[in-house]
Design a protein around this ligand. Structure first.
Ligand SMILES: Nc1ncnc2c1ncn2[C@@H]1O[C@H](COP(=O)(O)OP(=O)(O)OP(=O)(O)O)[C@@H](O)[C@H]1O
Length: 613
C-alpha cells in the first residue's frame, strides 16, 4: 500500500454465495487495565440510558395527558422534569379529568380547585383532605378497572414516578384499545384484556361517541349481557382459552416483527435497540393487531347477523350453534397450514410446543425437504471438517429425530452446527447483528510522543469508547462512539486476528468477505494489516495470518475440493478505486462482500470516520 493511502484491505470473494457476515468471535478474557474506571463508565452509561428511557416515557405520558385534558397544558409542560411531573399531578385533578374521559363517570366527584389559598390551620386541614380526595378517587377507580395503579405517596417527594408513568401509559393503552372498538386482546405490563370489560367498571362497550349515543335500555341490556357472561362458567372458560390463544398469536405477531427488524440489515439505517424502540414496535403491533381484530369482528358480526336474519334459511338456536361449528371447521382447514407456521417449536424437547402437522401434507413436505437439506449440509461438513466424526454423526442423528418438529428448530440446530464448523455463533449472529463489523484499534504512543495527552478518555465494555477533545468545553468536549469491539493499545496481533479468523474459513466454504482497515495517516493500518516485522510470525498482521489460514485449510481439504486462489491489488485514494494489476483500463465490478472494518485510532489524533465502499 502506498504511504498516502488511508486504506489497507484484504478482500475474499466467492462466486457461489453472497452470505452476509460472521460474528467476530469475542473472547473477552483479557483483564481490563482500569477496572474501576470501566465499572464507572458502565454504571454511568447504564444510569444515563435508564434516565433517558424514563424521561422519554414520562414525556409520552405528559403528552397524552395534555392531549386528553385541555387544562393540563397550562400546568404540565411537554417535557417535564420528574419534579415538574410530580407537582403537576399530585392534586389529582388532571388524572381525574383524564380518567373521566377514558371511562365517563369513573370519578363522580372531582374537586376542581384542590389547592386552596390557606390562611388558617382549619383551612389547611381542609385543603389537605380535598387534595387527597381526587387522588384517592382516581386510584380507586383505576383499581376497579383492574389497570396498573400506584400509591398516592409515589407522587410525593422521593416517590416512584415511574409507577405513575406506567399507570398513565396503561390508561392510554386501554383508551386506544377502547377507541379502536374494544375488541381483541389488549395488554399493558401484564394487564391483559379481551372482549368483555370488567364487570361494572364501564358504562358501555365501544368508542366514546358510542358511549354517548347509547340509551338507557341498551345500557341495561348490555349490563345484563355482562352479568350473564360473568355468571356462565362455560363462557368464562372459553373466554380464557380464547384469551390464551389470542395472547399467543399476539406474541407471535409482535415477536415476528421484532425478529424481522433485527434481521433487517440492508438499506435500513440501524436503529438502537432500546426500550423506546421496543415500545414503538409493540404499539405498532397493538395497532395492527387491533385493526385486524376490528375488521375481523365486523365481518364475523355480519356473518352472524345474516344467519340470524335467516338469509341462509331461518335457524333455531341449536342450528345456529351447528352453523358456527361448521364455519369454524372450514376456517380451521383453510388456516391450519398457516397456523402450523405459528407454532413455537424447538428448545428442550419437553418444553417445545409440538406442531400437529397431521392435517398438513404441505407442512410435512416442507419438513422433509428441510431434513434432506440438513443431511446434505451435515454430510458436507463431515467431509470437510477435521472435527471428530463421531461427534458430528451424533449430532446428525439428533437432527434427524428432532428436526421433525419445525424449521425454526432446524435453524437453531444449524447454529450449533455452524459453531462446530468453526464459524462461532454464525446464524444467531447473522440474525442479531447483521453483516458488517467495525472494530477500533488504538495505537500506543510512539517513542517521542510519550508526553502526549491521549484523546481516549474511557473504554467501556461492549465496544464503547469515549473521546475527549481538549479544544472543546463542557459536554461537547466528550463524545461516545460504539464499535463491535474496541482493542486497547496492549492487544497482540494474534488477539486482533482471532476475531477475523472465522471469516477465512467461511470464504473457503463459499462465502464472500472483506477485511478492511481505515484511519488517519500514521494511525496503524499497515501495522494491523501487514505487521511491523514480516520475519517473525508473532508480529504478522491480519493479511499474512489470513493467507496462512487460507492455504492451510485448503491444503487440509485438497482430497475433496480444489481451490483456486487469485490475487488482486487495488488502490483506494481520494475515494477513487484503482486496480493496480489491470492494464487495459477497464472498470471491473465486484459483488458486494461482507465487511470487517478496523477503524484505527491514534491516541493523539482523534477519531476518524469509518466509510464503507
Ligand atoms: N498497535 C501498534 N503498536 C505499536 N506500534 C504501532 C501500532 N500501530 C502502529 N504502530 C506504529 O505507528 C506507526 C504508524 O503506523 P502505520 O504505518 O501502520 O500507520 P498507517 O495508518 O498505515 O499510516 P499511513 O496511512 O500513513 O500508511 C508505525 O511506526 C507503526 O510501527
Amino acid at each position: 500500500m502506498p504511504q498516502e493511502s488511508n486504506f489497507n484491505s484484504i478482500i475474499f470473494t466467492s462466486p457461489s454465495k453472497n452470505m452476509r457476515g460472521l460474528k467476530g468471535l469475542v473472547s473477552n478474557n483479557e483483564a481490563p487495565p482500569f477496572p474501576n474506571t470501566e465499572e464507572f463508565i458502565n454504571d454511568y452509561e447504564l444510569a444515563q440510558r435508564k434516565a433517558e428511557e424514563a424521561a422519554s416515557r414520562r414525556y409520552q405520558a405528559a403528552e397524552w395527558l395534555r392531549k386528553m385534558d385541555y387544562g393540563a397544558s397550562g400546568t404540565l409542560s411537554k417535557e417535564p422534569s420528574e419534579e415538574e411531573f410530580r407537582l403537576a399531578l399530585r392534586n389529582g385533578l388532571i388524572l381525574c379529568n383524564v380518567l373521566n374521559k377514558v371511562n365517563p363517570g369513573a370519578v363522580l366527584k372531582v374537586v376542581e380547585n384542590p389547592i386552596i389559598a390557606v390562611q388558617s390551620t382549619e383551612g389547611a386541614a381542609q385543603s389537605a383532605i380535598q387534595y387527597f380526595e381526587n387522588m384517592r378517587n382516581f386510584l380507586e377507580a383505576v383499581k376497579d378497572m383492574k389497570l396498573l395503579t400506584f400509591e398516592a405517596s409515589d407522587l410525593e417527594k422521593g416517590g416512584s414516578s415511574s409507577k405513575v408513568v406506567d399507570c398513565i401509559l396503561c390508561l392510554k393503552g386501554f383508551y386506544e384499545w377502547k377507541q379502536a372498538g374494544g375488541i381483541g386482546v389488549w395488554r399493558y405490563g401484564g394487564t391483559v384484556r379481551i372482549t368483555s370489560f370488567p364487570k361494572g367498571s364501564l358504562s358501555s362497550l365501544g368508542s366514546e361517541s358510542a358511549d354517548e349515543s347509547i340509551d338507557e335500555s341498551e345500557s341495561s341490556q348490555f349490563e345484563q349481557l355482562l352479568e350473564f357472561l360473568h355468571l356462565s362458567s362455560e363462557v368464562s372458560t372459553e373466554e380464557s382459552r380464547t384469551a390464551n390463544a389470542l395472547a399467543f398469536l399476539f406474541d407471535r405477531f409482535g415477536l415476528g416483527l421484532i425478529q424481522a427488524y433485527l434481521r433487517e440489515t440492508n438499506m435500513v439505517e440501524d436503529l438502537p435497540l432500546n426500550a423506546t424502540v421496543i415500545d414503538t414496535l409493540l404499539s405498532k403491533v397493538v395497532k395492527d393487531f387491533s385493526a385486524l381484530l376490528v375488521s375481523q369482528g365486523t365481518q364475523l358480526g355480519l356473518f352472524l347477523k345474516k344467519l340470524l336474519r335467516g338469509d341462509l334459511g331461518g335457524l333455531s338456536k341449536s342450528e345456529f350453534v351447528e352453523a358456527i361449528t361448521q364455519y369454524l371447521g372450514q376456517r380451521n382447514g383453510s388456516v391450519s397450514n398457516d397456523l402450523s407456521n405459528f407454532c413455537i417449536c424447538g428448545g428442550k424437547g419437553s418444553e417445545a410446543v409440538q406442531c400437529d402437522s397431521s392435517h398438513s401434507s404441505v407442512h410435512e413436505e416442507l419438513i422433509r425437504t428441510q431434513q434432506k437439506q440438513l443431511e446434505h449440509i451435515t454430510s458436507k461438513a463431515l467431509k470437510w471438517h477435521p472435527l471428530p466424526i463421531n461427534k458430528l454423526s451424533k449430532r446428525t442423528e439428533f437432527f434427524t429425530i428432532k428436526c421433525k418438529t419445525s424449521k425454526v428448530f432446524i435453524s437453531s440446530q444449524l447454529n450449533v452446527l455452524s459453531s462446530m464448523l468453526g464459524y462461532g455463533a454464525y446464524l444467531e449472529d447473522f440474525i442479531l447483528a447483521g453483516s458488517i463489523r467495525v472494530y477500533c484499534r488504538i495505537r500506543p504512543f510512539l517513542p517521542g510522543q510519550l508526553n502526549g495527552q491521549s484523546t481516549v478518555d474511557y473504554i467501556g465494555e461492549n465496544g464503547t469508547i469515549m473521546i475527549v477533545n481538549p479544544l472543546k468545553q463542557g459536554k461537547d468536549a466528550r463524545r461516545v462512539f460504539t464499535f463491535n469491539k474496541v482493542f486497547r493499545t496492549n492487544v497482540t496481533q494474534e488477539q486482533i486476528y482471532s476475531d477475523t479468523q472465522p471469516l477465512i474459513r467461511s470464504v473457503l466454504d463459499g462465502y464472500n468477505a472483506c477485511i478492511f482497515a481505515y484511519g488517519q495517516t500514521g494511525s496503524g493500518k499497515t501495522y494491523t494489516m501487514s505487521g511491523p516485522d514480516l520475519t517473525t510470525e508473532e508480529t504478522w498482521g491480519v493479511n499474512y495470518r489470513a493467507l496462512r489460514d487460507l492455504f492451510q485449510i485448503s491444503k487440509a481439504r485438497q482430497d475433496i475440493v480444489r481451490y483456486e486462489v487469485a490475487v488482486q491489488m487495488i488502490e483506494i485514494y481520494n475515494e477513487q478505486v484503482r486496480d493496480l494489476l489491470v492494464s487495459d483500463g477497464s472498470n471491473r465490478r465486484y459483488p458486494c462482500p461482507s465487511f470487517i472494518f478496523f477503524s484505527n485510532l491514534s491516541p493523539n489524533l482523534g477519531l476518524t470516520n469509518s466509510k464503507a465502499l
